[in-house]
Design a protein around this ligand. Structure first.
Ligand code: URA
Length: 204
């Protein structure tokens, strides 16, 4: 199957499983990025910007993520970015557990078909959802676990949510380091200098 048709295959086009989300969404926000990506980022659910533009992580959190990817030598288009829940919850509330469960099959199918080297969970909700236990993201940030999503086994790296760095600047270094670690674990860092990212010539 071509990448284009696999991507189309992974798109949720119609879903009415969560009445509150059907009411609050203006569209279903599917994952973006290569369907053979080595690295998949999983967020919680679309916010207002994502709902408007139809793409995950395009608001301020998306800018933080894009910057950290660039710092790690990656472009947004090198990775897959998706969410546990594909529709915007009302008033940006956290998705309810039954909404997470309703959407779990779509994410499981996405991860099964993509079969990445590494899944990075951005924040508490996706970390807890995929690990099936309570997670203290600040202390578990940067830790790697084995997880099972549907039929698929994945290597999972817990990461702070990019928005955490907007509320608390002191979390920015830890967030950026975890994104660099994600690139290393997925085999996407071609850095031979050991400086942990793209060339810093521009700094000089
Ligand atoms: N936060 C998320 O968890 N997902 C998005 O798509 C945007 C912000």
């Amino acid at each position: 199957m071509s990448e284009q048709s696999l991507d189309a295959d992974l798109c949720v086009r119609e879903c009415e499983r969560c009445p509150a989300l059907v009411d609050s969404r203006s569209r279903i926000v599917n994952g973006v990025g290569p369907t053979d990506a080595d690295l998949v980022f999983v967020g919680e659910a679309p916010g207002a910007n994502e709902d408007e533009q139809g793409e995950p992580f395009v608001g301020r959190s998306g800018t933080v993520l894009d910057d950290a990817l660039r710092d790690a030598g990656l472009a947004r288009s090198d990775v897959r970015i998706t969410n546990c829940v594909k529709c915007r919850p009302p008033d940006n509330r956290d998705p309810h557990s039954e909404e997470l469960d309703n959407c779990r099959g779509y994410l499981a199918e996405e991860l099964d078909r993509i079969d990445p080297e590494l899944v990075v969970t951005l924040g508490k909700v996706p970390s807890q959802h995929l690990l099936g236990r309570s997670v203290a993201v600040t202390s578990e940030n940067g830790e790697v676990f084995d997880a099972r999503v549907g039929e698929t086994s994945v290597r999972l790296l817990v990461c702070l949510h990019p928005a955490a760095t907007l509320y608390d600047r002191s979390q920015a270094d830890a967030f950026e380091e975890t994104i660099r670690e994600a690139a290393r674990l997925a085999g996407l860092d071609d850095d031979e200098s050991g400086s942990g990212g793209q060339s810093r010539l521009g700094d000089y």
